[in-house]
Design a protein around this ligand. Sequence first.
Ligand code: CP3
Length: 335
Amino acid sequence: MNKLINCLNKKESCLPIWFMRQAGRYLPEFRSIRSKNLNFIKLCLNSNLSSQITLQPLKRFDLDAAIIFSDILIVPFGLGQKVEFLKNQGPILSSMNLDDFLNTKEENFINKVNPVYEAIRITRKKLEVSKSLIGFVGAPWTLLIYMMGLKQNNNKLNSKILNLKKKEISLIMEKLIYFLKIHIKKQVEAGVNVIQIFDSWAGLIPIKDMNKYCYEPNLKLVEYCKNLKIPTICFPKGINKKYEEFNKIVSPNALSIDYEIDPIWAEENLSSVIIQGGLDPNILLKEDQKIFLAAEKYLKTFYNKPYIFNLGHGLLPETNPDKVSKLIKFVREYD
Ligand code: CP3
């Protein structure tokens, strides 16, 4: 029995648990590896280490799924951009050479990213059959945010660049979708059971452009996964009530809600889709009783329904792993 897959397919009452960013900086065992591997992209491309990191949270916690340790920016890296992670600054990408980008050969991309697929193969062999292995991609818009520097330091959209480079962005978007499909297919062939599509910056899209930059590209990727018979979880973070329109148009197997979405609203307005997540990751920095009370709101709202327990965004680096343990125990006892 694979709890997450059953939940995604059968739509019966179920409560699998996993967390976004469950493999990461809040775990001392991750920090120990990271301190010896200063180049983050290189670490993602070290198949043995990234498999080991993927499995770290499953050794500690009673989770139903592992998510492969990689990054959404591995795709722009595979397409020729230099990707650097500077401390406290977030990712920095070198400027893109449009011609080189548009002429990237499939074979070159696959060769560069191949260690990720190898990490998936290694991990799938080590993972119990009852556990899912989640593969993922960034949605085109969220990748464009980093690839084109569309986000200002204050996390607002740089609409000047967006307006000036409309044509270029359309071309890049189309090519990105082509390569994201390849990246999805390769992850599926290597052994992932589910694909999550992260559109973490969907909230920055001007309302009039939602179709072009959010619904259509997400739909293309979800349809591609449907053809591969692989379930999808979409995370269009920050789009508020537009989650409803997103669901109608894109119709993934599950929708990951962010912490701004009221679970009761989601239960009423997104009833055709399985809901994942929602709980504010900041709550895990508080006292146990506050954590349980906040989690209970989600558990009560989705009681006796299919619901994937997760957060409304990734676990924060300052989270105490003991709090994660306690939260999982609380959810299991509620089930
Ligand atoms: O455990 C997991 O979730 C699997 C691995 C994973 C990482 N990044 C590892 C990582 C996944 C699924 C991601 C997705 C990702 N990466 C997203 C979408 C989800 C989200 O958080 O919104 C985005 C926007 C990125 C881009 C990215 N990568 C940023 C902005 C940063 C720096 C700051 C941050 O948020 O951590 C990264 C680096 C990164 N990716 C780290 C990890 C563990 C931290 C690396 C470090 O400094 O040690």
